[in-house]
Design a protein around this ligand. Structure first.
Ligand SMILES: *Cc1c(COP(=O)(O)O)cnc(C)c1O
Length: 492
C-alpha cells in the first residue's frame, strides 16, 4: 500500500517514507492512496481481542512495509503494561443513557496525545531504519500544550532522535507549562515563543520546508521529522482507538454488531476527528461525526457553510488545546472529498495562506454534510457542563466538556461515543472554578489537591510531585528567532 501527497497526487511513497519525512516536499500531507476495508467478519474477529492485539491488526493494514515482528515490537513497547494507569489504554465507560465516554487520557502525560505519541517513536525509528539509515532524526513540535509534553515523553532518550518543542508562552495552562519546563531526558529541548499556537505552528512549518535549513542539518548528519498530527504516524494510532471503541460498544452491550454509533470529538487541529473519519471509511459503522469546537469556532462555520475564514478574533479559552484557527488536518479530508484533486487543494491552501480564507466546491460541502455535523460551546456552556456532569458523579476536563455540551445540543438519542481527551487534573483551575462557581485563591498545584478533596478522585501519578521537580527550560523567544533557537538547541 502506498501514500500520496495532498498537493501532488502523482507521488507514491511507502508508509516508512511518509512517517520518516512527516510532510511532503511541496508542503502537502501524506494520505493513503486507498483506505483499507474491514468487513463485518473482520470487526467481529476484533471484538474478543485486547487493545494491543486490535492495534496490531489495524496497523498492519496501513503499514504494509513493516514486518509482523516490527509491528509487534512497536505495539508491545508503546502500550506495555504499566504505561497506562487504567490498564486498558482506551476504555469506554457509560456516562448515562446512550452517552459513552472513550477515555483517552490514562497515558504518561494525561492527554489523548499519548495514544499516538507513545507509539510514534517506535514507528519512526523502525521506519527511518528503512527510509533514511544513519541519519539522526530531529523532531520539531509546535504545541498548544498537550502535544509537546506527550512528544517529549515519547521521544526522551530514544537513541538516534532529538526533540525540540515550541509552545505559546501565554497559551498553555500552568500545569502544562510546568510539565514541559521540568522535562527530563538528554535529547530534549523546550522553548516558549511570544505568539499564539498558530504562530508557533506556522514557524515550525516554515522551518520544515526551508531547503537551506534542511541542507544545514544534512551537513550535520541530521534530518527533520514531525511529531505534529500532520505526520501520518500520529494519525494511524488514533484510527485504532475508534475501531477499538466500536468493538467495546458491542461487547459492552451498548449496540449490536452492525448497528451504527455517533462519535463526538472535541476538535482543534482536526487530527482526532479525521482518525474517526478514516475508521468510518474503513467500514466501522459510524453514523455521524460530530465536530465540537470552543469559542474559536472556525470549523463550526466551515463545516456548515463551506467557507473557511481564519480572519477573526482569536480567543484564549479554558480549553487551550483547541485554541486553533488553522486546522492543518482538514487538508487531508478535502483531498479525499475532492476526489483526490490536488490542483483544487493547492488552490484552497494558497488562498488560505494569501487571504486567510477559501470556499470549497458545492460537491465537497455536500460530501461533508453526509458525514459531519458541527457545533460549538461557549465558555459558560463549558463550565455549566463540567458542573452538571460532576453532579451526575463524573469528573470531566474542559475539552471533553466542550464535546459533551455540543453532544447535548445535537443528540437524537443514537448511541454515542464522546472522545475524552484529557484528565481534569491538567486544568484544575478551570475545572474547580466551574464546580465551585468561584476561583479559589491558591496556586494551580494546590488547586489539584483541592479538586482531589472535593471529588474523591485521585491525582494521576504523572502529575504528582511536579512542584519538586527542577525547572530545566525557561527561555522565551520571538517567532522570528525560532530558526536560531533550533541551531542553538542542536549545537550546530
Ligand atoms: C490536542 C487536543 C485536542 C484537539 O485535538 P485535534 O486532534 O488537534 O483536533 C482536544 N483536546 C485535548 C485535551 C488536546 O490535547
Amino acid at each position: 500500500m502506498y501514500y500520496t501527497s495532498t498537493r501532488n497526487k502523482d507521488l507514491r511513497v511507502t508508509a516508512s517514507e511518509a512517517i520518516t519525512k512527516g510532510i511532503s516536499d511541496e508542503g502537502g500531507l501524506f494520505v493513503p492512496c486507498e483506505i483499507p476495508k474491514l468487513t463485518r467478519d473482520d470487526i467481529d474477529a476484533l471484538i474478543p481481542l485486547s487493545y494491543k492485539e486490535r492495534a496490531k491488526k489495524i496497523l498492519s493494514l496501513y503499514l504494509t512495509d513493516f514486518t509482523g515482528e516490527e509491528i509487534d515490537y512497536c505495539v508491545e513497547g508503546a502500550y506495555r503494561d504499566g504505561k497506562f494507569e487504567s490498564g486498558n489504554p482506551a476504555p469506554v465507560v457509560n456516562l448515562c443513557d446512550h452517552t459513552n465516554i472513550l477515555q483517552l487520557f490514562w497515558g504518561p502525560t494525561c492527554a489523548f496525545k499519548d495514544m499516538a505519541l507513545q507509539l510514534l517513536p517506535y514507528l519512526l525509528t523502525t521506519a527511518s531504519k528503512k527510509a533514511a539509515p544513519d541519519k539522526e532524526i530531529v523532531i520539531l513540535v509546535a504545541t498548544s500544550g498537550d502535544t509537546g509534553k506527550a512528544a517529549l515523553e515519547g521521544f526522551k532518550d530514544v537513541p538516534g532522535t532529538r526533540i525540540l518543542v515550541f509552545y505559546p508562552n501565554q497559551g498553555v495552562s500552568a500545569m502544562q507549562k510546568l510539565q514541559m519546563q521540568t522535562q527530563e531526558g538528554k535529547n530534549v529541548g523546550v522553548c516558549a515563543i511570544e505568539g499564539n499556537f498558530d504562530d508557533a505552528q506556522t514557524g515550525v512549518k516554515k522551518i520544515f520546508t526551508d531547503k537551506r535549513i534542511a541542507d544545514k542539518l544534512a551537513e550535520n548528519g541530521m534530518m527533520f521529522s514531525s511529531a505534529n498530527s500532520i505526520n501520518w504516524g500520529r494519525l494511524v494510532p488514533q484510527v485504532v482507538y475508534y475501531c477499538s471503541a466500536y468493538c467495546d460498544m458491542v461487547s459492552q452491550g451498548e449496540i449490536f454488531l452492525g448497528e451504527t454509533m455517533d462519535v463526538v470529538v472535541p476538535t482543534g487541529n482536526f487530527g482526532n476527528i479525521l482518525a474517526a473519519y478514516y475508521a468510518k471509511q474503513m467500514g466501522i459503522p459510524i453514523r455521524r461525526l460530530v465536530c465540537a469546537s470552543n469559542q474559536n469556532n472556525v470549523l463550526t462555520d466551515f463545516l456548515t457553510t463551506g467557507t473557511y475564514d481564519r480572519n477573526r478574533d482569536f480567543y484564549l479559552t479554558t480549553s487551550p488545546s483547541m485554541d486553533i484557527l488553522i486546522s492543518s488536518n482538514l487538508e487531508r479530508l478535502l483531498f479525499h472529498l475532492s476526489g483526490e484533486n490536488d490542483e483544487e487543494i493547492r488552490g484552497y491552501m494558497s488562498a488560505l495562506t494569501d487571504c486567510g480564507k477559501y470556499t470549497v466546491s458545492d460537491a465537497i460541502l455536500t460530501a461533508i454534510k453526509e458525514d459531519f455535523i458541527a457545533g460549538y460551546a461557549t465558555e459558560e456552556e463549558d463550565a455549566q457542563t463540567i458542573k452538571s456532569t460532576f453532579d451526575k458523579g463524573y469528573l470531566t476536563d474542559t475539552h471533553t466538556a466542550i464535546a459533551l455540551a455540543v453532544h447535548e445540543k445535537t443528540t437524537d438519542g443514537t448511541p454515542t461515543v464522546v472522545a475524552s481527551t484529557a484528565s481534569a487534573y491538567k486544568f484544575p483551575k478551570a475545572v474547580l472554578t466551574a464546580i465551585n462557581g468561584v476561583t479559589p485563591e491558591m496556586d494551580e498545584l494546590d488547586m489539584a489537591d483541592e479538586l482531589c478533596n472535593l471529588t474523591a478522585t485521585h491525582i494521576p501519578i504523572p502529575l504528582r510531585g511536579l512542584r519538586d521537580r527542577e525547572i530545566r527550560f525557561s527561555s522565551v523567544s520571538k517567532v522570528a528567532d525560532m530558526e536560531q533557537c533550533v541551531y542553538d538547541m542542536l549545537g550546530i
